[in-house]
Structures are given as C-alpha cells and as structure tokens.
Design a protein around this ligand. Structure first.
Ligand SMILES: Nc1ncnc2c1ncn2[C@@H]1O[C@H](COP(=O)(O)OP(=O)(O)OP(=O)(O)O)[C@@H](O)[C@H]1O
Length: 340
C-alpha cells in the first residue's frame, strides 16, 4: 500500500553543507496494518513520514502509493492522491479562529464537498472521535487530547485509506496518550485505515503497532514484527529502546558475585507462556533454587510479552535440566555473563 523505495533526502543548508536526512531507506507498509517508525531525535523520522504524501520530495527514490509513484505525478494528480492520505501532527495544526466544526468543514469545502455532505461528515467523524458535543467551541477551549481528536476527525473526514501520524501523542500526558492510541487502533480496526506513524516512544509501538522500523542517522537499522524486535533485538539502539520498557538492570558487580553460586538467566516469555508459573515449576521439578532479580510483563498489541531476570542456584546437572525444561516449554533463555 505504501512503498518507500531507496529514498535518499539531502538538505542543502549552506554553500557546502549537505545533511543526508534519509540515506537509501526502503520500507513497505501493507494494507490494514499499523506500522511504527521509532528513533531518537534527528534520526530522520519526520522526513520519512513526510515522504509518504510528498510533503518532502526525495532527492532520489520512489514513493509508491497503491502502485503509483507520487514523484511522477502532476500537481493536480498529486492533489487528488493526497485526498486519500490523511495526516496528524504533534502540534495538532488547528486554526484558532475557527470553531471545531469550521476546522473540519473548511478543508472539505476547499476540495469541493457539498454543504449537505459536509454536515454529515463532520457529525459522523466527531461522533467517532467522541466529541459530538464540541461542534461550536474554539480550539483554545479544548484540552490537548481533545484538540488531537478534532485533528483526527478532520483527517478522517476526507475518508482516506491511509493515515500518517507525525508524533501525534508526543505533546500529551500518558493517560491522554493511551486514549489517543486506543482511538487510532479503533480507526484502524473499524474503518480499515492503514497507519504509518513515527514516534520516539517504545510505549506507542508496543500498544498499537504490528510492525516497526528502527531508524538511526537517516537509515533503517532494524525492522520487523514488534514481537520479534522485543524478543530478539539485534542492533544496540533497538536494545536500548527495548530496555527502556524493562529498565531495572543489575549492577555488574552484583552479577559477578551471584554467578559464583549459579547462573543468572534472562528469560523471555511470549504469549501464553508469559502467563505460566515457569520459575516455580522448575524449582519444584529440579533441585534448584530460583531468585528473581527483576522482571516485567507488558501487553503488546495482540500478545503478552514478559522478561524475568533470575538467579538459579543448584549443581550444574540440575541447572542444565531446568534450562532445558524452560527452553522446551517455549521460554527463550539467555545466560547473563557480565554487565547489564
Ligand atoms: N528542512 C530542513 N532543512 C535542513 N535540515 C533538515 C530539514 N529537515 C530536517 N533536517 C535535518 O535532517 C535530519 C533528520 O531530521 P528529522 O526531523 O527527519 O528527524 P527526526 O527523527 O524526526 O527528529 P525529531 O524527532 O527531533 O524531529 C536532522 O539532522 C535535521 O536537522
């Protein structure tokens, strides 16, 4: 549905200064999925998401939406195509001097939608975002979350197949963030809208995304299913993002000390396995003692995912049996050998 193919974007900021914001980036978003792009500040995320409706024009590469390369379209064709691609922003981009109704209605009017149809759509989409009672108020009478809901209703009112989200929850508090994420999920599931979002928060990826790409220095350094990135992050930056969800690390000196009595294991559980009492089971089945050092369970979009760090005391034979038991029962086991 969205295919960014070998996109490079250079900004010329001075006579001889060139910033490569995107460096040969390729990414495909399938119809109906929520695809997240995560990275630290300056990684190139905004430039990337703005490619998908050609708000940024690539220096080289193709932006293919439903089989058509936006780069090759005329201005008029591009205008038409953009009707199908909604966008929401961190700063909401509402006009302060217009009411909620007008903020949604005026862009519709500019694209030639009739007054009668505008009325229907404004009502329909304000209902969907839960703000049907705010039609006549001005943006400064709304909370941040409500403003973002209006912006979402405005984007939806053009009945797009694709929604682009440029850090849409970054200006919101955690509870409001969760409400907006739930709304995006509802829009995706009930209206079948494909979503490409960028964020610097793992929490956002975890809550609603199917797949994720991690960006650094204008490149995608890792991409895949969210659950795969959580269970087996390859790149150092991905590991940092994942560990932001599991912050409690064990000091290196303590690891060294504990390891004298038996291994320290990082246990990763996905799905039903996360709900089983695996550690107490191995303590009962084998002559070992287990001590939990840290742990957490999080809800991914469709799955539970958990991590435990445990110290296992026992002789080598019994410990090996316990590790084998865990592995054959779907737990991913990694021995912690030093710092971390
Ligand atoms: N219009 C522009 N002119 C010059 N440089 C730009 C422009 N837009 C982006 N850049 C540069 O391109 C790089 C990537 O910026 P971009 O905004 O895409 O990153 P980001 O990951 O979205 O970061 P942030 O989360 O801080 O917005 C940065 O070095 C930035 O300074």
């Amino acid at each position: 549905m969205i295919e960014l193919r070998n996109i490079t974007k250079e900004f010329h900021t001075g006579k001889n200064t060139v910033i490569k914001a995107l460096d040969d980036v390729s990414l495909t978003v399938s119809k109906g999925e929520i695809y997240g792009v995560i990275g630290y500040s300056g990684a190139g995320k905004s430039t990337l998401v703005r490619m998908a409706n050609l708000l940024e024009v690539p220096t080289s590469g193709s932006v293919i939406i439903d089989g058509e390369d936006l780069v090759t379209l005329s201005k008029e064709q591009l205008r038409q195509k953009r009707q199908n691609i909604g966008m929401i922003f961190q700063g909401f981009n509402l006009l302060k001097t217009l009411t909620v109704y007008q903020n949604i209605a005026i862009p519709l009017k500019l694209t030639g939608v009739s007054e009668a149809e505008i009325k229907v759509r404004v009502k329909k989409y304000l209902d969907i975002v839960g703000l049907s009672d705010k039609t006549d108020v001005y943006p400064n009478q709304l909370s941040g979350g409500q403003k973002q809901r209006v912006a979402i209703a405005r984007a939806l009112s053009h009945e797009p197949d694709i929604l682009l989200s440029d850090e849409a929850t970054s200006a919101l508090d955690p509870d409001t963030t969760d409400q907006i994420l739930a709304l995006l999920l509802k829009i995706n599931r009930e209206l079948g809208i494909t979503i490409l979002l960028i964020t610097h928060e793992m929490h956002v990826i975890q809550q609603i995304c199917d797949r994720v790409a991690v960006m650094e220095n204008g490149k995608i350094i890792e991409q895949g299913l969210v659950v795969d990135l959580y269970t087996d992050p390859k790149h150092e930056t991905t590991k940092r993002f994942v560990s932001s969800i599991f912050p409690s690390q064990t000091p290196g000196a303590i690891i060294e000390d504990l390891r004298k009595d038996g291994p320290i294991l990082d246990l990763t559980f996905v799905g039903e396995v996360a709900e089983k009492p695996s550690l107490s089971t191995i303590s009962n089945l084998f002559h070992i003692e287990t001590n939990i050092l840290s742990g957490n369970i999080v809800e991914l979009k469709d799955q539970t995912f958990g991590k435990l760090r445990a110290h296992v005391k026992g002789n080598t034979e019994e410990t090996t049996k316990a590790i084998d038991y865990l592995t054959t029962h779907g737990v991913i086991v990694r021995e912690v050998r030093s710092h971390g």
